[in-house]
Structures are given as structure tokens and as C-alpha cells.
Design a protein around this ligand. Structure first.
Ligand code: G6Q
Length: 557
């Protein structure tokens, strides 16, 4: 009989080991092993993962690798790459990796090689993006396209958004990319204030073409366009779609030639590598989009071929499990020391929390261990002046990833040296902490008297022993970014396999998509409602009173 995860040999071995090592301090581990950095770091191309500042010994890592082997991580990985239907609850293959397959190897879904369709869509994207970027494709009155507005949400927004934001140095001069996702009209209205219809191209990105927020924004954008241009025929010059639902996109008025296909074996949050990346291709050019795919492909190869002991996504996944399940860490922080990567935490929130925010295992049983952590973070050094206090001296363990390029794309004076020093100073301080005697010595040196030192000294002591990974790379190129995003995808995958959950469905999101319907109906008529719980009734009625009062007043005025 297969044992439950928490009663399995590898888990029990880790549990016993945790009791032995939980009080070890990294400061001592570093003192004992001058080669700790060499022993606990690995790399792929220019991407170096330094995981030496973690609360692990050689034995911890061995036990974690045994856990991965016990969970059949390698077998599941191979199932995913070969197109097996590992998304059980939706009976689907999980093949975002096929989208960036740069080899000639066929990949089959239901016996059919999907590579020719993938290549055809890539060619379509190249052709279209080159036409727009060169001006060959122009607005209805001959104007050059200067603004791309991506209308989409969740997986149809976060991926392209983080890439466009991170890759600004590669963007074409004179071209701007905007992202509209929120149902709050403010998002659309404020964006439209910045553009003219004749030089704007809307990319309606929606796998289903039914998502309420996206459709609302798409139809409001269409109305804005029609109000200003008044020519139905002009729509096809300014609206294109990325979707699996050709019929609804055509109903919207989009010319079938301007619909970019993708497939239901591409999950929303894994879709930026598909035609959902059209906005990326338009903004950065297809060569850069393909470099992104290349980088992801190299990480895929590494994930498939490197032994677990050197495998970056596997190591990151196992360290996450170590803290999540043995140290009870509830969250994991992402600290990119790069302004360009400002949106990375938001992107990773969806990738990780939508994938592994699950309570039911693959067999349909409720799990009795923690699954996916809360992902949060902010670009450094801003976080240092805000929430880092809790990392240094709070009561909650927060493992964190620090990401930093060795070279800045904006080599201005001392900026990058200051940024880099801050990044390393933080991980060093989090690891070392500051002992009582060190704090006293420091205060004495600063000239404080004995009495004052005694009064405040406890506040100046830092426990340290706070784990961090540092991911350093030469500079933030499309290829490197592709590798980094694929690295996180596979990290999340490995964790899902070990936790025995399906990382590829999102029933909570689907539930949210239908929930609002009844309330929306209730909001449209005057008079209080009483058909919900008292909280929901109270809040609906508050809004109705404000809204209908306002309408009444405006009539009187
Ligand atoms: C991602 C989720 C979700 C989805 C959005 C948008 O994995 O399924 O974030 O991407 O709800 O869905 P559409 O692309 O269908 O509009």
C-alpha cells in the first residue's frame, strides 16, 4: 500500500533530521565549511543559484533529493514533457513546454504532432508583428501604430505584462505597450486618455473569449473606438484577438486572419509562450520573443537532463518544501533587485498560488500537510525601507529569493554598485544576524554609555539564520528572463508533484467567474434585497442606496 506523504520513509527521515538540525546556525555552517558557497551553488549558463545561505547540511539535501525520488519527480516530469494528460481534473495535457521546443522533436497530443501548428502560429505572429512594427500595417487612416493595448486578465495579462515591463530596453522606439485588466473602468479610461484611436492596436487576449472583465473592457474599448471613428470597417485594423475561441472573436468583429490561435493544452498562467505573447512580439520584436523561448527551452533541457543534485528548479522546490513543511513557513518572498523586474512578484503570485493553492490531492483526498506558500515581494531596495524589518526581527520565518543582474542596463554613476551592495548586505545580515556581544561592542564604539546600552541592547540583537537564495545573472536579457520564468514554472511543478496535487487546474478561479452573476442582477433594480447572508445583503443595499440616491439627485438637479 502507498503510504501517505507524511508517513512515507523520505518524509519521516526529514522530520527526524529536522529535529537534529533545527537549531544549527548558518553562521556556524559557514565557519565550518570554507567551501560552502562552492558546495551549495549551481548554475545554468550565466544564471547562478547560490543556495548556501539556507538552513541545510549535505545530509539535508540528500534527504530532500530522496523525497523527490520517492515522489517520482523525474517520471512526472517526463509525463508532462511527452504530452500525457497530467491535468487530471480537466483531462488535459500540460504542454507549455512544447511552445518553446526549439528542437525538431515531435510532441504529440492524442497521437497528433502539435509542432507544425505551433510553428504556424509563430510564423503568423512574426508576419503580423513585423508588419505593425514596420508601418506596413497601419491604422484605418494610414497612421502608424504607436500604442498596443493588451486587454486580458490573469494568465492573459500577467505574463506578457511582466515581460514587456522587464524588457523595456529592447522595445521599439515610439511604440508603447499598455495593459488593461481590471473591471474597474478606471483602468481602461485612464489608458485611453493617453492614446488616439488611429494609432492604437488592441490585442484582446482571452483563451475562452468569455471572461467577464476582458469582454467588458473589450466591448467598452470597441465603443470608444466607434464613438470616435464611426466606421465599423475600421475595427479590423485596430482589433486583433488571441484566443482558442475563433467563433466569439469573429462575432466581435475581428477578421479571422487576425485571430491568433492557441490550444487548451496551454494553461492560462503558462500561456505567455503562446500567441498570448503577441503583445510581447509587437512591443519587442519577434526575434526577442524567440530569444525568450530559447531561454525557456534551455531551462527545460536543464530540468530534463541535469541530475537532481544539480537541477536548479528541483533544488529551489525542495528548499521551499523544507521550510514550508518542516519549519512551518507560511510564505515565500521574491525580492528582485532590478526595477525592470518590479512585476515579477505579481506574476509569480499567480504562477505559484494558482498552481499549488490546493487542498485536495490527486486521489481526491484532503491533504494533511501544507501545500503552496503565500508568495509576495517587491523590488529591492524599496522593500528594505518597508517590510524588511519583519524579515530581520519578526516572529515569522520568511524564506526569500533575491534576484540581481551583475550588470545594469542603465550604468549610471554609482547606482548599480549601491543596489548590488544593498542586495548582498541584506542576505548576509539575514544569514549572520548580530550577536549580543557584537551589538554591545558596536554601541560602545559609537560612544554610548553603559546604562543606555543595557537599556536598549536587546533591540539591537539580530537572530540571523534567515534563509535566502540568491539568483544572479549577467544582465537581464530576453533569453535570461525566459530561463528564469521557466525555472519558476518547474519549481512550482516539482512542488506540486511532491505534494501530490494537480498544479494545473484552478477551480477557485472558475468559481469566481460565475459568482458575481446573481449579485450583478440584484444591483440593477432599486429596493433592498434580503436573499443573501446579512453581510452580503447589507453591502449590496449600501451600494444600491448610494447609487439610486445619486440618480435621484441628478434628476432633481
Ligand atoms: C490561469 C487562469 C486564469 C485565466 C484568466 C483569463 O491559469 O485560468 O488566470 O488566465 O481567468 O482567462 P481567459 O484567458 O480565458 O480570459
Amino acid at each position: 500500500m502507498i503510504k501517505e506523504l507524511i508517513d512515507s520513509p523520505a518524509w519521516l527521515a526529514l522530520k527526524a533530521h529536522y529535529e537534529e538540525v533545527k537549531d544549527l546556525h548558518m553562521r556556524d555552517l559557514f565557519a565550518e565549511d570554507p567551501l560552502r558557497f562552492d558546495n551549495f551553488s549551481t548554475h545554468l549558463n550565466d544564471i547562478l543559484l547560490d543556495y548556501s545561505k539556507n538552513r541545510v547540511t549535505e545530509e539535508t539535501m540528500e534527504l530532500l533529493f530522496a523525497l523527490a525520488r520517492q515522489g517520482n519527480v523525474e517520471e512526472w516530469r517526463d509525463h508532462m514533457f511527452s504530452g500525457e494528460k497530467i491535468n487530471l481534473t480537466e483531462n488535459r495535457s500540460v504542454l507549455h513546454t512544447a511552445l518553446r521546443n526549439r528542437s525538431n522533436k515531435p510532441i504529440r497530443v492524442n497521437g497528433r504532432n502539435v509542432m507544425p501548428q505551433i510553428k504556424a502560429v509563430l510564423a503568423h505572429m512574426r508576419d503580423f508583428s513585423e508588419q505593425v512594427r514596420s508601418g506596413e500595417w497601419h491604422g484605418y487612416n494610414g497612421s502608424k501604430i504607436k500604442n498596443i493595448i493588451n486587454i486580458g486578465i490573469g494568465g492573459s495579462d500577467l505574463g506578457p505584462h511582466v515581460i514587456c515591463e522587464s524588457m523595456k530596453p529592447y522595445a521599439q522606439r515610439g511604440l508603447k505597450a499598455y495593459f488593461v485588466s481590471n473591471a474597474d473602468a478606471t483602468h481602461l479610461v485612464e489608458t485611453l486618455k493617453q492614446v488616439e484611436p488611429e494609432s492604437t492596436l488592441f490585442v484582446i487576449a482571452s483563451k475562452t473569449f468569455t471572461t467577464q472583465e476582458t469582454m467588458l473592457n473589450a466591448y467598452s474599448a470597441r465603443k470608444w473606438f466607434m464613438d470616435l471613428v464611426g466606421n465599423e470597417k475600421a475595427i479590423e485594423k485596430h482589433f486583433v484577438a488571441v484566443t482558442t475561441n475563433i467563433e466569439l472573436a469573429t462575432d466581435f468583429g475581428i477578421n479571422e486572419n487576425n485571430i491568433f490561435a492557441f490550444w487548451n493544452w496551454v494553461g492560462g498562467r503558462y500561456s505567455l509562450w503562446s500567441s498570448v505573447g503577441l503583445t510581447i512580439a509587437l512591443y519587442l520584436g519577434m526575434d526577442h520573443f524567440e530569444a525568450l523561448l530559447e531561454g525557456a527551452y534551455e531551462m527545460d533541457q536543464h530540468f530534463q537532463k541535469a541530475p537532481l543534485e544539480e537541477n536548479i528548479p528541483v533544488i529551489m522546490a525542495l528548499l521551499g518544501i523544507w521550510y514550508n513543511n518542516f519549519f512551518d513557513a507560511q510564505s515565500h518572498a521574491i525580492m528582485p533587485y532590478s526595477q525592470y523586474l518590479e512585476r515579477l512578484p505579481a506574476y509569480l503570485q499567480q504562477l505559484d498560488m494558482e498552481s499549488n493553492g490546493k487542498t485536495i490531492d490527486r486521489k481526491g483526498h484532503r491533504v494533511n500537510y501544507l501545500t503552496g506558500p503565500i508568495i509576495w515581494g517587491q523590488s529591492g531596495t524599496n522593500g528594505q525601507h518597508a517590510f524588511f524589518q519583519l524579515l530581520h526581527q519578526g516572529t515569522k520565518p520568511v524564506p526569500a529569493d533575491f534576484l540581481i543582474p551583475a550588470m545594469s542596463q542603465n550604468p549610471l554613476g554609482m547606482h548599480h554598485r549601491v543596489l548590488f551592495s544593498n542586495c548582498l548586505a541584506q542576505t548576509k545580515a539575514l544569514m549572520l544576524g548580530k550577536r549580543y556581544a557584537e551589538a554591545v561592542e558596536e554601541m560602545k564604539h559609537q560612544g554610548f554609555d553603559k546604562e543606555y546600552i543595557e537599556e536598549v541592547i536587546q533591540h539591537k540583537v539580530f537572530d540571523g539564520n534567515k534563509p535566502t537564495n540568491t539568483i544572479i545573472f549577467e544582465s537581464l536579457t530576453p533569453k535570461t528572463l525566459g530561463s528564469i520564468l521557466a525555472m519558476y514554472e518547474h519549481k512550482v511543478f516539482v512542488q506540486g508533484v511532491i505534494w501530490n496535487i494537480n498544479s494545473f487546474d484552478q477551480w477557485g478561479v472558475e468559481y469566481g467567474k460565475v459568482l458575481a452573476g446573481q449579485i450583478q442582477t440584484d444591483l440593477s433594480t432599486p429596493g433592498d434585497v434580503s436573499n443573501h447572508d446579512s453581510s452580503t445583503n447589507g453591502l449590496i443595499n449600501y451600494r444600491k442606496r448610494v447609487y439610486f440616491d445619486q440618480i435621484e439627485k441628478n434628476k432633481i438637479d
